[in-house]
Design a protein around this ligand. Structure first.
Ligand SMILES: [Zn+2]
Length: 357
């Protein structure tokens, strides 16, 4: 059993300050024990649901995540809403991950059951979330496992929506993750934004704009997700150059000449294959999502060059020296102001997308 705490002041403020969605679903978990409820939603940890030990130590990353990725489990839309069913699911998923996939532990960080029970997935996902500065390397989305928190939602949402209670628990969990890690509501994505997969199903995927809005209503900020250009063979210009710099950063051997020719198409395809995205040679949603990460003061290299040349193309002249100093930070902040974005000087995914628009 793990310690159970009474709701503290932050928890109470959280409940009274918002819509308190999911609070009633959370209460039985505290009462039953084995759930942490320090200042966020009650989450049943690996001890509570009877996890096997990881086959080797989970890897703690010293950095917080950059995003949340939503999945569905593609299992039956069960009508058993009990905690026992949620715990059985968690054990079955861990067995599948360890025995079939040969992973060290459950793939995802968290699971939301049909009955709105929230469970820890991979060991240490919950303690690192409570701490707010580290994350556990995971195995839920190729190319994103060191930068994204993965949430599995029990069920198959290709033709039906999740249960409203399940959705409310997902909102509460995402809001808590955003608070703990300083993420913005727009940084919530679906698995298919990165890999060639139907996950999280057409219906749950279609709910993501609403999810971002509901989370933004709790944590603040603009929930509008990035929109990416589609670049293809024959295209030319600064957006192609930026793409090429980002591909070079990921190991492509091409020249950033601003011309989307056969070599760039091959590089895009290789990168898509590497990240199990749809390997079509077009640089679109999945490719940009996989290529772009936050770039900030102190960084250097190809991604910084991409930011600098895009800033200049947008009328904010910036020395393309590949070193993100205070001048580049000021340029980013100036651009963000004109684009209606928070002017924090960090070239995050949404800033990138506006620079590419
Ligand atoms: Zn998935």
């Amino acid at each position: 059993m793990t310690p159970v705490s009474e709701p503290g002041p932050r928890r109470r403020a959280f409940l009274t300050g918002g819509l308190a969605l999911g609070a009633s679903a959370a209460l039985p978990l505290w009462a039953a024990g084995g759930a942490h409820a320090l200042d966020g939603p009650a989450v049943a940890d690996t001890t509570a649901w009877g996890a096997r030990p990881a086959s080797s130590p989970v890897r703690l990353l010293p950095t917080p995540p950059q995003k949340i990725i939503v999945h569905h489990t593609a299992t039956a839309n069960v009508t058993d809403l009990s905690r026992d069913q949620a715990f059985r699911l968690a054990r079955a998923m861990q067995n599948w991950a360890m025995d079939e996939k040969q992973w060290i532990d459950t793939g995802q960080h968290f699971t939301v059951s049909r009955g709105a029970h929230v469970l820890e997935g991979r060991h240490s996902s919950l303690t690192t979330l409570r701490g707010g500065t580290q994350m556990v390397e995971s195995a839920h989305c190729t190319g994103q496992n060191t930068v994204a928190i993965g949430i599995e939602n029990e069920g198959t949402y290709t033709t039906v929506d999740p249960r409203s209670e399940q959705y409310a628990a997902l909102v509460e969990l995402c809001a808590y993750i955003c608070r703990q890690y300083g993420l913005r509501a727009y940084q919530i994505y679906g698995h298919r934004d990165f890999n060639a997969t139907q996950c999280p199903g057409d219906r749950l995927y279609a709910l993501l704009p609403q999810l971002r809005r509901d989370v933004a209503a709790r944590v603040g900020g603009d929930p509008t997700a990035p929109v990416w250009p589609l670049l293809r063979s024959g295209d030319t210009g600064d957006r192609v150059r930026a793409l090429q710099h980002l591909l070079v950063r990921r190991g492509a051997v091409i020249t950033a000449d601003g011309s989307f020719g056969p070599a760039t198409e091959r590089a895009v395809r290789d990168f898509q294959t590497l990240t199990t995205a749809t390997a079509d040679g077009y640089a679109g949603n999945q490719t940009w999502h996989q290529l772009v990460g936050p770039v900030r003061q102190g960084d250097s290299g190809e991604a910084v060059r991409a930011v600098q040349l895009l800033l200049t193309a947008k009328g904010v002249p910036t020395d393309p020296d590949g070193a993100f100093g205070s001048g580049t930070a000021a340029s980013v902040a100036a651009f963000q102001s004109t684009a209606g974005l928070p002017a924090d000087g960090v070239a995050d995914a949404r800033t990138f997308s506006r620079l590419l628009a």
